[in-house]
Design a protein around this ligand. Structure first.
Ligand code: APR
Length: 170
């Protein structure tokens, strides 16, 4: 049974096998959580991203974690949907981000993984709906990952994720 936990804070300080970054299609770094992870991992992360990118929205690709401290070994780059009102398959694309990241983590043999609130910053996905999509997708996935951390960088995100996990408990 995979445990899903909501944790407050900065994803670059979380001790897991793999951390997920909310990237843009180039995988060469940007702002927000992507910027924080690239700063922590060092310039080799953007070089590695450039070699395997571009990545379509909803996809996920892994690189090493370079200068990030152990136990983090992998960065899984995923590209969320740009929110355009909800009629452009944004929910399906966001769900794909979470599903594909778990598939990539399984391929790596990762047992613990941390996600940021993909899509809810620059890309504008409403935080409450994004939290529901994340929890429902992760709860419905078949994976060997044993522990999933949903990292909330701010209070509002923490609230959305807490409500989404409580609702999904039934
Ligand atoms: N740790 C955890 N979460 C963080 C951190 C951090 N250090 N910094 C920001 N976040 C949170 C934001 O508060 C937001 O809830 O990550 C979530 C996603 O926000 P963004 O990073 O803006 O990602 P996204 O909305 O998916 O937009 C991606 O922004 O930075 C660019 O290159 C990136 O073009 C891409 C786009």
């Amino acid at each position: 049974m995979t445990r899903i936990e909501v944790v407050p804070g900065d994803i670059t300080g979380v001790r897991v096998d793999a951390i997920v970054t909310a990237a843009n299609e180039s995988l060469m770094g940007g702002g927000g959580v992507d910027g924080a992870i690239h700063r922590a991992a060092g310039p080799r992360l953007a070089e590695a991203g450039a070699l395997i990118g571009p990545c379509a929205p909803g996809g996920a690709l892994a690189t090493p974690a370079f200068d990030l401290n152990p136990p983090v070994r992998h960065v899984i780059h995923t590209v969320g949907p740009v929110w355009e009102g909800g009629d452009r398959d944004e929910v399906a694309v966001l769900a794909s981000c979470y599903r594909r990241c778990l598939e990539v983590a399984d391929g790596l043999g990762a047992r613990t993984i941390a996600f940021p609130a993909i899509g809810t910053g620059v890309y504008g996905f409403p935080g409450d709906e994004a939290a529901r999509v994340a929890v429902a997708t992760l709860r419905g996935a078949t994976t060997s990952v044993e522990r999933i951390l949903l990292v909330a960088f701010d209070e509002e995100t923490a609230g959305h994720l807490a409500r989404a996990t409580a609702e999904n408990d039934g």
